[in-house]
Design a protein around this ligand. Structure first.
Ligand code: MG
Length: 412
């Protein structure tokens, strides 16, 4: 629902999300704006925060010029545009952040023309897509302030006391970044120092003119506020929050825990070896199957794939594939762990349902095997056996069933 204030003043607000970066510092193939974040992507999370406010009249997302991930960007854009009933446009970024924002501003001007809106009525909130923790309150403060000030930036007081360093000194190195620097006597008083964040919000004609001016002068600012300041604008400060940080490294993406369950059954037959959790169990009968029919490990593999949202073992290891004939299920378990991605298995709990043989003597070895393949402590692997009191197919000794649950930790 639209807030009434924008209707009263006739002001129109466009969100401009800078998402053109390749995110090389993330050390990952995917650009950081497409990394998983709280069940969606970084970009979608930020887009939703802006769209949820109901204050945006349009959104312009500035995306990488290489077009490699266009399909993903457009899918997100179309879905959210339909869901929120707000036009979402894309602009291709340029060589520098400034070039990218300029492209976004041109698209904003084009959007105004498309909708018959005077450029004079348009305000843009320029925001780094990687600042996922921007809040509705910060957005609202930008909307209020920019209508009076015409150029504002979100900022927070510095928590740390700041000193200036002199870069040419030969003093003892502190770290790679601070190498060969010594502290100057200049103390920057904490109350006078602010850390600048986004959104940075502007009257559209002002920021477009500022970029034109900067371009003519060959000035490249560090952010949009510095470009506006270079062009002569007074920049208002809007209160941000310490949570409104940028995702720059993988550790900025919160860890999450997921749960999975698995279930499997195999038929008992003469002349087969019985293998459970990689432990051969002596006796005359074993389980029938395309692979080694390790029913307990199969249940666990399905639990891990389930937690990771990666389907089931039938999909990854089809029994129509000769490659998996008599396959060692412990090897398949290792493969499942890598299919699940960059995760650790937190704990695993396996229940084997079987009338005989008695499994107690083998349980410790089973736990060791699983722990070793999944690279987890043995006490995080639990294996238990139960009978069904002679009832059902397991009770009659026709087969063995297994259940498994596990948790996985990762960044989803
Ligand atoms: Mg199976």
């Amino acid at each position: 629902m639209k807030h009434s204030a924008s209707k009263e003043t006739g002001a129109v607000f466009y969100a401009l999300l800078a998402a053109a970066g390749k995110g090389t510092r993330m050390n990952t193939a995917l650009p950081k704006q497409l990394l998983p974040y709280r069940g969606m992507t970084v970009l979608e999370h930020t887009m939703r925060t802006f769209l949820e406010t109901g204050r945006m009249d349009a959104m312009i997302v500035i995306i990488p010029p290489d077009r490699e991930y266009d399909a993903i960007f457009h899918e997100i854009g179309e879905r959210l545009s339909e869901g929120y009933g707000i036009p979402i446009r894309f602009a291709y970024g340029g060589r520098t952040r400034g070039d990218s924002v300029k492209a976004g501003l041109e698209e904003a001007a084009a959007e105004a023309v498309r909708t018959g809106t005077e450029e004079e009525a348009v305000y843009v909130l320029i925001h780094d897509a990687a600042r996922t923790q921007v809040s509705a309150e910060i957005i609202e403060r930008n909307i209020e302030a920019v209508q009076h000030q015409k150029a504002v930036t979100t900022a927070v007081p510095s928590i740390d006391s700041l000193r200036r360093i002199s870069p040419e000194s030969e003093a003892a190195p502190l770290s790679s970044e601070l190498k060969n620097s010594i502290m100057e006597t200049v103390v920057l008083p904490r109350e006078e120092v602010f850390a600048v964040q986004t959104p940075q919000s502007f009257h559209l004609p002002l920021i477009r003119e500022a970029y034109r001016k900067a371009e003519r002068a060959g000035y490249e600012g560090t952010d949009d506020a510095s470009v506006a300041q270079f062009a002569g604008a007074a920049i208002g400060l809007v209160e941000g929050s310490y949570e409104n940080g940028k995702i720059t490294t993988r550790k900025d993406i919160p860890m999450a825990i997921r749960v999975g369950t698995g279930y499997d059954v195999h038929r008992l037959a003469e002349g087969r070896r019985l293998i459970l959790c990689g432990v051969p169990i002596p006796g005359s009968r074993g389980l029938l199957g395309h692979s080694d029919a390790d029913v307990a490990v199969h249940a666990l593999m399905d639990a891990i794939l389930g937690a990771a949202g990666k389907g089931d073992i039938g999909r990854h290891f089809p029994d129509s594939d000769e490659k998996y004939l008599n396959a060692d299920s412990m090897k398949l378990l290792a493969e499942v762990k890598s299919i699940a991605g960059d995760i650790t298995v937190g704990n695993a709990d396996i229940t084997i349902i079987c009338e005989r043989p008695k499994l107690a003597p083998y349980i410790e070895k089973m736990r060791e095997n699983i722990a070793s393949v999944l690279d987890m402590p043995k006490d995080a692997v639990n294996v238990k056996a139960t009978t069904t009191e002679g009832l059902g197919f397991t009770g009659r000794g026709e087969g063995i069933a297994a259940l498994a649950s596990c948790t996985i930790e990762g960044r989803f």
